[in-house]
Design a binder for this molecule. Structure first.
Ligand SMILES: *[C@@H]1O[C@H](CO)[C@@H](O)[C@H](O)[C@H]1NC(C)=O
Ligand SMILES: *[C@@H]1O[C@H](CO)[C@@H](O)[C@H](O)[C@H]1NC(C)=O
Length: 210
């Protein structure tokens, strides 16, 4: 009896050691595998590293900007943007694109949706959008601000695009990333009422954040 009692704990201890070593081996195996996969993904990402898409403003025209009363705005704008994918090995899917115009921090048109599209390696696309607002409430200072700009001779608008994009590398497609584009249009706006639309044609670069 005493013999068995003496041996049993030793036996248990030895088995416990075996299990421990087995676990350690498994742990090392999986942590090495995991680290290798992570470094491989990192290396591939660093080699491809997608650059954010390039946007520039080709043309912006204001056809209407009229107030009813002091704070209800009717607006009508036309916008052309050039979109370019600077990447040699990464394609871009654009989804859920929404465009609007902003004057001094106030939205002056409703959102206009653009159809989703795919842009291949180093491809360019022209995007055009009609932006309108009907009885859109604006701050009571709006009329005053526009009048002041007219006296100063120039009107500054921001044209904004919100959307989501997915990167495509080979046949692999990434998840969706939010992105924002912010373009500035400066328009000559003299004291004489212009006959045509107010136009900006500078081809200025827009700021993009992904
Ligand atoms: C709106 O403004 C345009 C000029 O910007 C003018 O030609 C037009 O008559 C105005 N419309 C109304 C309804 O006031
Ligand atoms: C704004 O649009 C509405 C609806 O089309 C129209 O009834 C109204 O007269 C317009 N106001 C101005 C100032 O153009």
């Amino acid at each position: 009896m005493s013999h068995v009692l003496e041996k049993s704990p030793k036996h248990c201890a030895k088995q416990g050691l075996n299990i421990d070593q087995h676990h350690k081996k498994l742990f090392f195996f999986f942590s090495t595998l995991f680290t290798s996969i992570l470094s491989l993904i990192l290396v591939i990402w660093l080699i491809l590293r997608p650059s954010k898409p390039d946007f520039s403003l080709r043309e912006a025209d204001i056809y209407q900007l009229n107030l009813s009363g002091s704070h209800l705005l009717n607006s009508s704008l036309q916008l052309t943007l050039l979109s370019k994918n600077p990447n040699q090995k990464v394609g871009i899917y654009y989804d859920e694109l929404q465009v609007y115009a902003d004057y001094k921090g106030q939205q002056i048109t409703t959102y206009t949706s653009l159809p989703p599209f795919y842009q291949g390696h180093q491809d360019s696309n022209l995007l055009t959008a009609s932006l309108v607002g009907t009885w859109l409430p604006v701050a009571p200072s709006f009329g005053y601000e526009v009048g002041r700009d007219q006296t100063a001779g120039k009107l500054v608008l921001r044209l904004k695009v919100n959307g989501r994009l997915r990167w495509k590398v080979g046949t692999w497609v990434s998840g969706k990333y939010r992105f924002n584009v912010n373009c500035v249009a400066v328009m000559a706006f003299g004291p004489a009422i212009p006959t045509g639309p107010l136009t900006s044609k500078q081809g200025s670069h827009c700021a993009t954040t992904v």
